[in-house]
Design a protein around this ligand. Sequence first.
Ligand SMILES: Nc1ncnc2c1ncn2[C@@H]1O[C@H](COP(=O)(O)OP(=O)(O)OP(=O)(O)O)[C@@H](O)[C@H]1O
Ligand SMILES: [Mg+2]
Length: 595
Amino acid sequence: MKHLRYLNSFLLQYKWRLSIGVIFVIAQNYFRILVPPQFRKALDLASICLQDYKTIEDPEEKAILLRYISLTLWDYAWMVLLFAALMGFFMFLMRKTIIVVSRLIEYDLRKKIFGHYEELDGSFYNRTATGDLMSRITEDVSKVRMYLGPGLLYCINLVTLFILAVTSMYQVNPTLTLYALIPLPILSVSIYYVSSVINKRSTIIQRQLAKLNTIAQEVFSGIRILKSYNKEENFRQFFSDETDVYLENSMSLARVNAFFHPLMILLVSFSVLLVVIVGGQEVAKGNITHGNIAEFIIYVNMLTWPFTAIGWIVSIVQQAEASQARIMEFMNTKPTIVSTVTGALDVQGEVVFDHVHFTYVDSGVKALDDVSFKVKRGENLGIIGRTASGKSTIASLLLRMMDPQEGAILIDGKNIKDLNLSELRKSIGYVPQDSFLFSDTIANNVAFGEDTLEMDKVEFITGKAAVYQDILTLPEKFDTVIGERGVTLSGGQKQRIALSRALIKEPDIIILDDCLSAVDTTTEQTILGYLEEALSHKTSIIITHRIYKHLEFDKVIVLDGGKIIEAGTPDELIDQKGYFYEILTKQLLEESSSV
Ligand SMILES: Nc1ncnc2c1ncn2[C@@H]1O[C@H](COP(=O)(O)OP(=O)(O)OP(=O)(O)O)[C@@H](O)[C@H]1O
Ligand SMILES: [Mg+2]
């Protein structure tokens, strides 16, 4: 129960509602236990009156007695109906309070977990599968909710009903009470075992279902590749095999489930049998009446469900504990990138990397090895290098997605660790290499970093990023939904929308990570023309495989295996005749041959 203790603070928030809920549970059970005595009274009345009836000779007196019996029985019937109605009313209120509290806590918990997930840094996401994150925030939270709602409710219900019913039973006859209760703990234990088996099998089924979902999702998102490689049959077979496993699991669950109800009824019948046998003897001894037997049978049936629920509650609590442990594992993961300061930040734009070393902890790859460079305010730095040489890592470090193990990154002379993190990120416009866009309208994607959506700004900036005309051809223009829920854009279109998203922020520092790789040369020229003008007063870091004729770099660094192998102005690098010179000449050759 160690992990479930975490939920106490959530429960405490709703303590008043819960207390009222408990009162409703008590009221509901109070009216419930008023019902069996009515049956006893009715039966006793009927049996006494019928004895009298046999001794009476006068037909008129007989008729009067029958009228009396029928009227009094009606009174009892109305009482039963009234108590049932009151019980139902309080049952409604009880569910409305306690189950609603569990839904509210589920809502709070899910929001808290989501908020915490968002705080966690890149390295956490590197080592954690998205599916795992999703299942903890959905399935595990639902299991915890089962404990907070039905689990807690049935527990309170069981305790109150047990106290009230057993007190009433004991007042009638202690011996009979004892006999009637004997089989009930056996019922709880058996139900506990059966529900543990059910839970185990359900978990296996859920896991298998998740697997089927993953397969289906991969197949559908990669359907083009699948078709072009003629792999439909292989995947159909694979899916069918996994579905067979699912079927087998479901069947084994169905078998246990089929066992559940007969077992319950068997054990309850055993209780009833004892009541009838022992009760019969007590009636013979004159200790109780016939009506008491009927009353007891109703009590036993009444206690059946709560006793069944004990087994069920125990297994719900166990599952909730396991789920909460999984949730806590992530909740206890602390973000390593935290902002220690608050307040506004006025960025001028000087960026310095001072002997930065960075190793990806999870893969052990040393991505940056003693990297030092300086970009003055308003300067334009080109970062060039082979694939996997550490270029994107520089961008991630500057955005403080992770911190370097050695060395420092300074902006305007201050270590970025000592700057307000959100202000730092606000001042940087970043176009990542994989131009990720949300399943939302184009306008919202462009204005993503803005507080409000200003259409004229969106239109202006998409024009500058040379994607405005493309957007106008789409069915709903700027309101077109893209991604999974809407239209698919070309690689180049996505890159230009991602570029617009960074530029609209008017950032002080801009980082473009290979963001024109899917754009044709003519469009590239248009964009570079604007960038040259827009970036003239800004610090810009441009990561690229190509050397742009239309964008003059103030400085260039060339990376190889995480080390800077060349650095200087483009002219200096041409003179050095190294990597920069090599790709420049290669590019010029390609361009001249293609003209
Ligand atoms: N999230 C990560 N976890 C572990 N290792 C990583 C991660 N990202 C990158 N690496 C490794 O770090 C090294 C540098 O990667 P980086 O992405 O910085 O290269 P790059 O120069 O941007 O390459 P490209 O031109 O292909 O984009 C690579 O060896 C890569 O495998
Ligand atoms: Mg990269």
